[in-house]
Design a protein around this ligand. Structure first.
Ligand SMILES: *[C@@H]1O[C@H](CO)[C@@H](O)[C@H](O)[C@H]1NC(C)=O
Ligand SMILES: *[C@@H]1O[C@H](CO)[C@@H](O)[C@H](O)[C@H]1NC(C)=O
Ligand SMILES: *[C@@H]1O[C@H](CO)[C@@H](O)[C@H](O)[C@H]1NC(C)=O
Ligand SMILES: CC(=O)N[C@H]1CO[C@H](CO)[C@@H](O)[C@@H]1O
Length: 471
């Protein structure tokens, strides 16, 4: 303790001295009476056989990797897991195998499901997430229907689901068979104790790719949602939320919204990715909106928090998450892959080439700073102020704790005071992440009248204030 405290003091003094030229005291004001969206959480996926890579690690490394993702005290504390529902005929390469690899003779003949109980180790990751770490939100998402249900008779290379508007297939209308297939998938998980809470039937439906992909416009998605909702309800999955449509960018998702308005009451959650356009404005919907996939796909493996605002840096991701939540009303933010091998930033945590170590990036810690303290059910509240170059946000958690994020993307450093209207602070903790800190506690100074808390916020950092109400 003493040594740690001493180190911390030196760190704070060093940060203050290095930046004397840019010192700036500021106040962040939080108004609990002005509320915005409720939060569902933060997450990632281990789809396309990435879960196998974790499963193949030594037992201690498996545990370390899972802790980095889901542990609320030693890792990111992710609260949402996105799984891939397979459509491929086999498990070669990184394919996600279908639960019905061979066609039954037609859409209305008895299905021929095959379940290996493993699902490319996604069953194992899901079971760990749910049973060991208490994750309550599991999003199962299909990239495509199996080949024989589609216009192009291939689960890859685009094509559409037979039976939706604008299609005509000699094999018939497969909408009901696809809905049954998706319900069967979540039933396999349910039988193993994993409740799928969110179900998606499309991924990037505006794109044709050489891997699993299926095209859909908004009208075609609406056609299928009608069938899927009634199929879920008949199977007593009334609580399972249908998501749509995981479009590849925020504006392509907005482009599908008007055609979905007729099935709005059947929809649960609107989902969109950030590859072709970033979340900058709210989508036009009364539903919760999730940013379900984003990553720096090509950039070389980066572990730094700040160097030059590079695409893989932690600060860059802290700001992206801020913008999706504060500017675009998102209730969840998911990275693409959690843990994986290879030399790009497409994941948050890297498995070394010799598979003997597991290395977190500062992107993971940027997520941690949101995910640990902004828990499912937290409501965003108004926050304003802060020094030049800073971005601020605040949330009231279900347990009454207030989490306030100050992202200092500029070079200013100095005391930040957080003041919450009509709130008496019982206790406060302050955490900093920057180039040299991962989850380090900062000294929090409570005002004598317990109306505010102050701490020194360094440049190029993310600092989270967590304030407990007085009893
Ligand atoms: C999370 O990490 C903490 C600290 O390392 C550990 O004590 C705890 O057992 C972990 N929690 C779970 C659910 O594994
Ligand atoms: C759904 O629940 C009702 C009422 O509990 C029950 O009678 C019915 O058998 C259930 N249906 C299915 C498909 O599980
Ligand atoms: C933000 O999302 C909520 C649902 O989570 C919705 O009720 C609200 O209207 C949205 N706000 C804006 C400005 O779109
Ligand atoms: C502000 C905040 O919560 N910072 C956290 C950022 O992530 C690191 C790593 O977990 C944590 O140590 C910090 O507490």
């Amino acid at each position: 303790m003493a040594v740690h405290g001493l180190l911390l003091m030196f760190a704070v003094i060093a940060a203050v001295r290095a930046d004397l030229y840019a010192r700036e005291a500021s106040t962040v004001t939080v108004d609990l009476t002005r509320t915005y969206q409720a939060m569902d959480g933060f997450g990632m996926s281990e789809t396309f056989q990435r879960a196998n890579q974790i499963k193949e690690l030594s037992q201690p490394l498996q545990r370390y990797a899972l802790d980095l993702l889901f542990n609320q005290t030693s890792g990111a504390g992710f609260s949402i897991l996105r799984n891939g529902i397979g459509s491929s005929p086999d498990s070669s390469s990184d394919h996600m195998v279908s639960i019905q690899p061979k066609s039954p003779s037609g859409p209305s003949t008895a299905p021929k499901y095959v379940w290996d109980g493993n699902d490319n180790s996604q069953v194992w990751v899901s079971t760990e997430a749910v049973k060991t770490y208490g994750i309550k939100t599991v999003y199962a998402n299909a990239w495509s229907a199996p080949s024989y249900m589609k216009t192009n008779n291939n689960d890859a290379n685009g094509g559409s689901l037979c039976g939706v508007s604008g299609t005509s297939c000699s094999s018939g209308d497969w909408k009901q068979a696809y809905a049954n297939y998706l319900v069967q998938y979540i039933t396999y998980y349910k039988s193993l104790g994993v409740e799928v809470t969110h179900l998606g039937f499309l991924n990037e439906p505006g794109l044709t790719t050489t891997y699993a992909s299926m095209r859909s416009n908004g009208q075609q998605a609406a056609d299928f949602i009608k069938v899927l909702r009634s199929t879920l309800d008949k199977a007593n999955y009334t609580e399972v939320r249908i998501t749509c449509c995981d479009a590849e960018g925020w504006s392509s998702q907005q482009g599908m919204m008007s055609a979905l308005s007729g099935v709005s009451n059947m929809l649960g959650t609107i989902t969109a990715h950030s590859y072709t356009s970033q979340p900058d404005l709210p989508l036009n919907t009364p539903h919760h909106v999730w940013q379900t996939e984003n990553a720096d796909l090509q950039g070389p493996w980066t572990t730094t928090f700040f160097s030059n605002n590079g695409a893989g840096e932690g600060l860059t991701w802290a700001i992206k998450i801020h913008s999706a939540i504060a500017d675009a009303n998102a209730s969840a933010y998911l990275y693409w892959i959690g843990v994986q091998s290879g030399a790009t930033n497409s994941k948050l945590v890297r498995i070394s080439d010799d598979k003997k170590s597991v290395i977190p990036s500062k992107r993971l810690w940027a997520f941690a700073n949101w995910s640990r303290h902004v828990r499912p059910g937290a409501v965003r509240v108004a926050a304003s102020g802060g020094s030049s170059g800073s971005r601020v946000s605040a949330f009231r958690n279900l347990d009454g704790k207030i989490a306030v994020q100050v992202i200092q993307s500029g070079a200013a450093t100095g005391a930040v005071t957080v003041k919450i209207g009509r709130f008496t602070v019982g206790a406060a903790k302050v955490w900093v992440t920057d180039n040299s800190h991962d989850c380090d506690e900062l000294v929090a100074t409570l005002a004598a009248d317990r109306s505010s808390v102050s701490a020194q916020v360094p440049e190029r950092s993310m600092v989270t204030f967590v304030l407990e109400p007085a009893a």
